[in-house]
Design a protein around this ligand. Structure first.
Ligand code: SF4
Length: 398
């Protein structure tokens, strides 16, 4: 029987707030769910169909055909369509309850909805049952220990639950360099041990710089792939490690990641102003926050009161294998090390928009943005953090 691991510090019982059903996500729907739901008097536009490449989902052929990049056959997918005038799921009733659940029962729902807020990751040792902090109950650590849901998760695993997979070998660090899962476990154990003394904020920065130093001295490879698991321990005391606090050394990198994130959230006409803000220290505008200033001004908005909540969030992400569940270890480290800056700046901008001092609600709303755009449901995740790894290596190589 598959072993399922639970974060011993994580609690969860649903508060029925409906938050996850108002997020505007693309919820995939299995064919049997479509058949069941069509027995209901639903609107004819409740579902949206598309064809996409399984390897390059951004390359959408639009209809049955081949991916223009890798020539794999496009896969037919059906998604729930959101309401026309809001990000709400079409099946969310005004009382915040799901109409599929109400009319046809829990089992009739799409597999993604049944699993939420759990995030399952299959590793060579078993399945890690993490959670998304988009969920109100999860981030408030509300309810019974998450392990209380083991029977339900076993049932879901046997019935099409979506599962992330971490391979036993071939985990790419960057470029054509890879490690095994056992090598990664050694890295994670050292990271966790150091974080227990110095905290995740500091330790993730140290790990990012250390791994960056190790990768920066390796040549770019054209064809062969090379295992570097045995060299991983060097990252913690690398002779090329830049002088000074790792957090301060990575401030510039976090600024450029923020700039990339802002550009994704702004109209293209405003991008040059953000780029000048990053490169020349000039003022730029974020109209959606009613804010204008320099990156230096942005950092003055930062409030450290939520550091312990951020520590807990980072600890859970590392525990649930967020560093290796999506390809490329170095960009994933870049992602996690910049998250505290992202959360604090976002919370500060929201407080500015709302014309008050930073509150817990501002922090939670910032966390929602982090989960939506960068982490669990990260629409812009991969590209922003791969750019960050390129910039880091470029800087370290001089
Ligand atoms: S967001 Fe979490 S607490 Fe709210 S309804 Fe969904 S699962 Fe329940």
């Amino acid at each position: 029987m598959t072993q399922i691991f639970f974060d011993p510090q994580q609690h969860y019982d649903c508060l029925q707030c409906g938050r996850g059903c108002r997020a505007g996500w693309d919820i995939p729907v299995e064919p049997e769910v479509v058949a069941r739901v069509q027995t209901l008097p639903v609107r004819s536009d409740a579902f949206r169909q598309t064809y996409a490449c399984p390897r390059h989902p951004q390359e959408v052929p639009g209809e049955a055909g081949k991916c223009p990049r890798c020539h794999l056959d496009a896969v037919h997918q059906v998604f729930i369509r959101n309401s026309k005038d809001s990000p709400n799921c079409s099946f969310l009733d005004p009382d915040q309850l799901c109409s599929i659940h109400r009319e046809l029962g829990y089992e009739a729902k799409p597999a993604t909805c049944k699993l939420f807020p759990f995030v399952l990751t299959q590793t060579p040792d078993g399945v890690y049952a993490g959670t998304t902090y988009y969920c109100t109950a999860t981030r408030q650590n509300h309810g019974r220990p998450s392990s209380a849901h083991i029977d339900d998760l076993r049932h879901q695993l046997a019935h099409q639950a979506p599962v992330n997979k971490v391979a036993a070998d071939g985990l790419v660090v960057y470029g054509r360099y890879y490690i095994s899962y056992r090598d990664y476990q050694g890295l994670e154990a050292e990271l966790t041990r150091r974080a227990a003394r110095r905290g995740y904020l500091e330790t993730l920065s140290l790990a990012t710089l250390g791994l960056g130093c190790l990768m920066a001295e390796l040549p770019d490879l054209e064809e062969e792939i090379v295992a570097i698991g045995e060299r991983l321990p060097e990252m913690w005391n690398h002779p090329a490690f830049p002088y000074g606090s790792p957090v301060a050394r990575l401030q510039e990198l976090s600024r450029s990641q923020l700039a990339d994130y802002f550009m994704f959230s702004l109209e293209k006409s405003l991008w040059p102003e953000v780029e000048s803000g990053l490169n020349q220290g000039t003022a730029f505008s974020l109209p959606h926050f009613n804010w204008r200033g320099t990156f230096g001004d942005l950092e003055k908005l930062v409030d450290d009161r939520f550091n312990s909540k951020i520590e807990r969030y980072l600890e859970h992400l590392v525990w649930r294998k967020a560093l290796v569940v999506h390809p490329l270890l170095l960009p994933s480290l870049c992602q996690l090390q910049m998250l505290p800056t992202f959360l604090k700046v976002q919370a500060g901008l929201l407080a500015h928009l709302r014309n008050h001092e930073v509150t817990e609600q501002d922090y939670y709303d910032a966390l929602e943005n982090a989960e939506t755009y960068l982490v669990t449901h990260g629409r812009n995740r991969r590209i922003i953090h791969e750019w960050a790894a390129d910039i880091l290596l470029g800087t370290l190589r001089g």
